[in-house]
Design a protein around this ligand. Structure first.
Ligand code: VG1
Ligand code: CO
Length: 545
């Protein structure tokens, strides 16, 4: 086998963020940039020889070129076999599943998730380990350090693999298997959910759903699973054709970016009962009822409260985990079920140890991410199927299910305000100023609200004891309300400030307020303590979810 050794200059900006390395396509196309990061991944793995790697991406611009480069580098590194999704396509949860199923050493997933795609958009790459989950912080730090030292990378000569055609190919002694992107994932879903019941619901005259794939990776999954396998009418999946630039849209399933779906569900005379959407790489989900939005935090709580109705979870769940900024609605369910609820930093990598140790079964984030121990990633279509199974079981509407949940547990009013692409220095100044106030905030009152504690969240992993500091500034009030500030770790332009607001309301007669009205006093406190306009010049958030 010929291995070409290509001399290169190290990069010092390859620090993975919340979910892998994300940069603009232009940045990724710099000579040797992708290659250096791939080499950095391989240099941090010690048992590559003869092992299996899973490879796929969300189909965004540059996916195809990157797949061929990574295949050639995998062959040079000594992998025995690479499993590639057909056309280079694998949703993030499907990739996680394949890693586990093939007992692979890990997988490389090409995605910048909800970030825009196309030549002017973003690209991303992340490594998931043998458990199927995102590399832990210790490993991403090692990759970053490795990239800073890389002066050469190894690659075998150009020999394009026809990734559109299923089959097994040879590349300089390494086997490349091109597999169907959906089959294994579909088979896994069939072990968890009652497909007959869901099919009966989807084919009945009384129920209509729309699934918005946002021209991203879940198009083929939605068509195959919802329409072909479960028999939903052919117009169920909208924007189902994956496009390299996502049709110019922003593949982020929320009220702002999934506007086509929102318009369908919120139309005055809408006849659609259930709406759902997923993001660029298929790990996020948004759940809608008729003129009704389910917050991701409530969704996690409701799935947990009803898990026993679902075949895959009928024995009950061991525990729940939620990211720190996610609302405390799941905590109330855990308390009632008598199971633990863990609070982790933002990012799925922090759930891996808890899932592997069997401490939790379900987990989720406020950012439209929900999942379980069936893979080690959040899983958009899984959440949609879970809701469908629940709707079929309860024969009730989305809104009624949520309202009954609130009546039982109380309602956690919740919203996130994002200030995007602000100047990095301004953002840091704002955070520094907040940090400086923290020690003096406890005991202070703002109108009717008193601060119980204020800190910057530190997480100690209960399984391996690793400590992650500076995971978000929290202002916790005596009545359970919270304000949280974080800087995004997935953006590629300047900084994005996320402000999370939460307020608990037990009184069912007060469950009909407008969310922003219910949170108005907290937003006023935000302006006082964070002085966002002063530091950033921004009067209001760009995206409110
Ligand atoms: C965001 C979300 C976070 C999520 C991450 C990756 O991170 O807030 O909850 O885990 O995206 O999701 P940040 O650092 O920008 O807040 V995905 O669908 O992009 O893999
Ligand atoms: Co995603």
């Amino acid at each position: 086998m010929t291995i070409q050794i290509i001399k290169t200059t190290p990069f010092d900006d390859q620090k993975p963020g919340t979910s892998g390395l994300r940069k603009s396509v232009k940045h990724f196309k710099k000579p040797d940039y992708l290659q250096t990061f791939v080499q950095a991944i391989f240099n941090t793995l010690d048992t590559i020889q003869g092992s299996t790697l899973i490879l796929g991406g969300d189909g965004r611009y540059f996916n195809r070129e990157a797949i061929q480069i990574i295949l050639r580098m995998a062959a040079a590194a000594g992998f025995g076999r690479v499993i590639v999704g057909q056309g280079g396509i694998l949703s993030t949860p499907a990739a996680s599943n394949l890693i586990r199923q093939y007992q692979a050493l890990g997988g490389i997933i090409l995605s910048a998730s909800h970030n825009a795609g196309g030549p002017e958009g973003d690209f991303g790459i992340k490594f998931n380990g043998a458990n199927g989950g995102p590399a832990p912080e210790s490993m991403t730090e090692a990759m970053f350090a490795a990239a800073k030292q890389i002066h050469e990378y190894h690659i075998v000569p150009l020999n394009p693999i026809p990734v559109d055609k299923l089959g097994t190919y040879q590349l300089s002694g390494m086997q490349v298997e091109v597999v169907d992107s959906v089959s294994a994932y579909l088979a896994l879903m069939e072990t968890l959910f009652d497909f007959d019941k869901i099919a009966a619901l989807l084919t009945s005259d009384h129920f209509k759903m729309r699934f918005d794939a946002m021209h991203a990776v879940t198009g083929p999954y939605g068509h195959r699973i919802l329409e072909e396998r479960l028999g939903a009418p052919v117009d169920t999946v909208i924007q189902g054709e994956p496009l390299a630039d996502f049709g110019g849209g922003h593949p982020d399933p929320n009220q702002t970016h999934a506007h086509e779906l929102m318009a369908m569900l919120y139309a005055r005379n809408s006849d659609i009962d259930f709406g759902a959407a997923s993001d660029g790489d298929g790990d996020r989900n948004m759940i809608l009822g008729k003129r009704f939005f389910v917050t991701p935090s409530d969704s996690l709580a409701i799935l947990a409260a009803n898990a026993r109705l679902i075949p895959g979870y009928k024995e009950g769940i061991a525990g729940i985990a939620r990211s720190m900024p996610t609302s405390q609605a799941p905590d109330r369910v855990a308390a009632k079920l008598g199971i633990p609820c863990f609070e982790t930093p933002t990012g799925w990598k922090f759930f891996g140890n808890l899932l592997d140790a069997g401490k939790i079964t379900l987990c989720g984030e406020e950012s439209f991410g929900t999942g379980s121990d069936h893979v080690r990633e959040k899983d958009g279509l899984w959440a949609v199927l879970f809701w469908l199974n629940l709707l079929a079981e309860k024969q009730d509407s989305v809104e009624n299910i949520v309202r009954k949940h609130w009546a039982e547990y109380g309602r956690n009013y919740y919203s996130r305000h994002d200030y995007e692409a602000i100047d990095m220095q301004d953002a840091n100044a704002l955070v520094d100023a907040l940090q400086a106030q923290l020690s003096g905030l406890a005991g202070k009152s703002f109108g009717a609200l008193s601060v119980r504690a204020a800190d910057n969240f530190t997480y100690t992993d209960p399984v391996d004891g690793s400590v992650s500091k500076n995971q978000g500034i929290r202002i916790l009030f005596t009545d359970g309300s919270r304000i949280i500030f974080r800087l995004s770790g997935t953006g590629t332009q300047g900084a994005t400030l996320r402000v999370y607001l939460e307020k608990y309301e037990a009184d069912v007669s007060k469950h009909d307020q407008d969310v922003q009205d219910a949170l108005a006093d907290l937003l006023a406190i935000v302006q006082t303590v964070a002085r966002i306009e002063h530091f950033t010049g921004r009067e209001a958030a760009d995206v409110v979810t």
